[in-house]
Design a protein around this ligand. Structure first.
Ligand SMILES: Nc1ncnc2c1ncn2[C@@H]1O[C@H](COP(=O)(O)OP(=O)(O)OP(=O)(O)O)[C@@H](O)[C@H]1O
Ligand SMILES: [Mg+2]
Length: 511
């Protein structure tokens, strides 16, 4: 085999089964040393599973893993690290009350000897961390506590953790899903720099543009099977999408002119303090009508999450008023608002969206269990939960391995997100608040959700959409409100604003 010499990784006929599903089905692929290799596929296609085996979190049921020309068995992440493999998971695994340096050196602490005593050389560790930051142009304070850092800084810690262990093969599982466009740009720069330094990179992402920007080759998985491996330079994003879903995709969102009804949500002079007690929303006023999609545009961190949380009742208002269906709801709690018909799809789907230890059916029924037909007297109706879950699985195309009884934790990230959206929309309320609804979703699911947003509006609901993705705002909005530095600096019909103008308001250039 002449051209396999420069393959650093070879997966041969890998199969992995979970109860009820073949997550990887006879997958064979190889990655060359020093390339950026992308992995593309719908939610639940088996991308994370395949990479988890390379990182020693699962072992394949069949097939072989070859590294640098030798067959290996990788029985644990520790063994993966010993083979110079590192992985940045979508949900970070850092200790929050430790510093950056402590997290990085955890388990591989450098030691020094002082007479008979061995002690941890924190200074030496911090110095190496500093050198690595410099070498790869990663901005980070080695002494900062993890809990004080934002998502992108925490991600840099995960990257440094791999580099500190001298990983040569770096796996990134949807690293940009949580990042702003600016942060994404700088992460992709870092990834390029790592590649130039001789590292081999595997990048899982749903964003075709990112693949186009950095990857040399890309593999496509579909329902566990390897469909194709292609050269990125000679493949358009449209063709990539087609390879992924197996047919041509219509990216356009069809939208009729809106029919506004009565005011459903009326926000006046709202002020909200964030977790750090700083006022993040300052004197914001707007209203959302039945039949209207009101989209809040803004660069991440300008108060949109706090705004949405306050409307849903997760954060108290420090000033102003929230009126819902003509009633003052400023001080109503989350449950009251939900019962009154306010649906909320939060940004953090693990914190407030789903209980991972529950079955899918329990999560889908979670907001209905206290009313018939789910509860009759004191008894919960198991069959009713199951029937209802099956209905939502079907309607929202939630891909699960064991039907309503599937443990939520075992579901792929994107399918967990679809489950929250299904549950919240189906409550049949008057207002749906969507925060970053398509984060982590594949292209097909993203289009389906955007079409769903329009369908909800056409059914006469009021929709509040908060998204840092300008494409999403422009595709869905009837009205755009731009948040800049906690203030709504512009409210206008979407049709009256160009993409550029919205961008200028978002950056605070125009106000
Ligand atoms: N520990 C597990 N137990 C049972 N089933 C699992 C487990 N891990 C994954 N699965 C199932 O295997 C399939 C592949 O999941 P995987 O997480 O690899 O998908 P993915 O391609 O990473 O999707 P996404 O883009 O949504 O992250 C899914 O059907 C998932 O529900
Ligand atoms: Mg995944």
């Amino acid at each position: 085999m002449p051209d396999t010499a420069d393959n650093i990784i070879e997966l041969r006929n890998i199969t992995k089964r979970f109860p009820g599903i073949v997550a990887n089905d006879d997958v064979s692929l190889s990655v060359r040393k020093g390339e950026i290799f992308a992995l593309l596929g719908e939610n639940g296609a088996g991308k994370s599973t395949l990479m988890s085996m390379l990182f020693g979190m699962y072992e394949p049921d069949a097939g072989e893993i070859w590294l640098r020309g030798q067959q290996v068995r990788i029985a644990s992440p520790a063994e993966a690290v010993a083979l110079d493999i590192g992985m940045v998971h979508q949900h970070f695994k850092l200790v929050s009350n430790y510093t950056v340096t402590e997290n990085i050196i955890l388990g591989v602490e450098p030691t020094r000897r002082l007479g008979p005593v061995r002690y941890v050389d924190r200074k030496g560790g911090a110095e190496r961390v500093r050198q690595l930051c410099e070498r790869y142009d990663l901005e980070l304070d080695p002494e900062a506590l993890i809990e004080d850092l934002g998502v992108s800084s925490q991600q840099r810690v995960e990257i440094l953790k791999m580099l500190y262990r001298e990983a040569e093969i770096l796996i990134f599982d949807e690293p940009t899903a949580m990042l702003t466009p600016q942060e994404t740009h700088s992460l992709l720069e870092t990834i390029r720099r790592l590649r130039d330094d001789g590292k081999t990179i595997i990048l899982i992402t749903h964003k075709l543009e990112e693949i186009k920007q950095v990857a040399e080759r890309c593999a496509v998985l579909n329902r566990g099977r390897l469909i194709d491996v292609f050269e990125v330079a000679s493949t358009s994003t449209a063709l990539m999408a087609e390879k992924m879903v197996g047919h041509q995709i219509d990216f356009a969102i069809a939208k009729d002119a809106p029919q506004f009804g009565e005011v459903v949500l009326d926000v006046q002079g709202l002020c909200v303090r964030g977790a750090n007690k700083v006022e993040m929303v300052r004197n914001v006023s707007f209203c959302v009508h039945a039949g209207e999609v009101f989209a809040v545009a803004g660069v991440a961190g300008n108060g949109q999450i706090e705004l949405a949380d306050a409307i849903a009742g997760m954060l108290p208002a420090s000033g102003g008023e929230i009126r819902f269906k003509g009633q003052d709801a400023t001080r109503a709690n989350v449950r009251q608002r939900s019962v009154d018909g306010m649906a909320y799809i939060p940004e953090d789907r693990h914190g407030v969206g789903l209980v991972l230890d529950f079955q899918l059916s329990e999560n889908l029924g979670a907001k209905r269990y206290f009313r018939p037909p789910f509860a009759r007297g004191p008894l919960l109706q198991r069959d009713e939960f199951r029937r209802y879950a099956n209905e939502l699985i079907e309607r929202f195309d939630i891909r699960v391995s064991a039907g309503p009884g599937t443990p939520t934790r075992s579901m792929s990230g994107g399918n967990q997100q679809k489950a929250i959206i299904a549950r919240e929309i189906d409550l049949g309320g008057r207002l749906v608040v969507f925060v970053q609804p398509t984060r982590g979703l594949d292209i097909g699911a993203t289009l389906a959700i955007r079409n769903r947003i329009i369908a909800e509006r056409d059914a006469g609901k009021a929709v509040l959409l908060v998204s840092i993705e300008l494409d999403e705002v422009l595709a869905c909005a009837d009205t755009i409100g731009v948040l800049y530095n906690g203030q709504m600096t512009k409210i206008a019909p979407a049709a009256s604003l160009s993409r550029n103008e919205v961008g200028e308001y978002m950056m605070g250039v125009k106000r």
